[in-house]
Design a protein around this ligand. Structure first.
Ligand SMILES: [Fe+2]
Length: 184
């Protein structure tokens, strides 16, 4: 069985050879799918714990000393999720247990005002176990658990998302808000 340590080793090897996120997506996506489907080797009951206030629990599984290559198991509370947000780094999300709806957005404004953004929905995709979604550093999405049970996905980032200065977006007021996540 593909192990979590092997996955981290592959992440190190791939990102040492390229910083081009398109190449990273091509090479890491099948491995993210493989490690998600091999969850019996790394999944633990506590990784299903959510954060009531936040609506999801972010469990850090790996991070390099410089905050690069951060891997999280994220547990999504029923009927809960995130606001639209970016990551400030490449992101690869793979379903582990249950389904999660992803909505990707286009940004319509010219980014000239730092606290202002206009978004429109581009597409929606519901990811099941082993299915992968890739996001560029400026890509914007939201995640939502439409189910009545906790779901889990595995998130791999070029850099820990609390160290990238990333943002969330209020689509009603067009505000851009710093997005810092409580990590377990
Ligand atoms: Fe995200």
């Amino acid at each position: 069985m593909y192990t979590f340590d092997e996955y981290v080793g592959d992440l190190r090897r791939i990102t040492a050879a390229t910083t081009d996120y398109a190449e990273i997506f091509d090479q890491v996506s099948p491995l993210a799918s493989k490690i998600s489907l091999a969850k019996d080797g790394w999944m633990k009951p506590e990784l299903y714990e959510t954060d009531e206030e936040q609506g999801f629990g972010a469990h850090l599984l790996h991070e390099e000393d410089d905050h690069s290559l951060a891997v999280f198991a994220v547990a999504w509370a029923p009927q809960n999720g995130t606001p639209p947000h970016d990551h400030g780094t490449w992101a690869i999300v793979a379903g582990v247990d249950g389904t999660e709806r992803n909505i990707k957005y286009n940004r319509l404004d010219d980014r000239s005002k730092p606290d202002y953004a206009e978004l429109e929905e581009r597409c929606s995709f519901t990811a099941s176990a082993g299915e992968v979604i890739c996001l560029k550093p400026k890509g914007i999405h939201l995640v939502w658990n439409d189910n009545d049970v906790v779901t889990v996905s595995l998130h791999t980032y070029g850099r820990h998302f609390n160290h990238t200065g990333r943002s969330s977006f209020n689509t009603e007021t067009n505000e851009v808000i710093p997005f810092v996540v409580s990590v377990k």
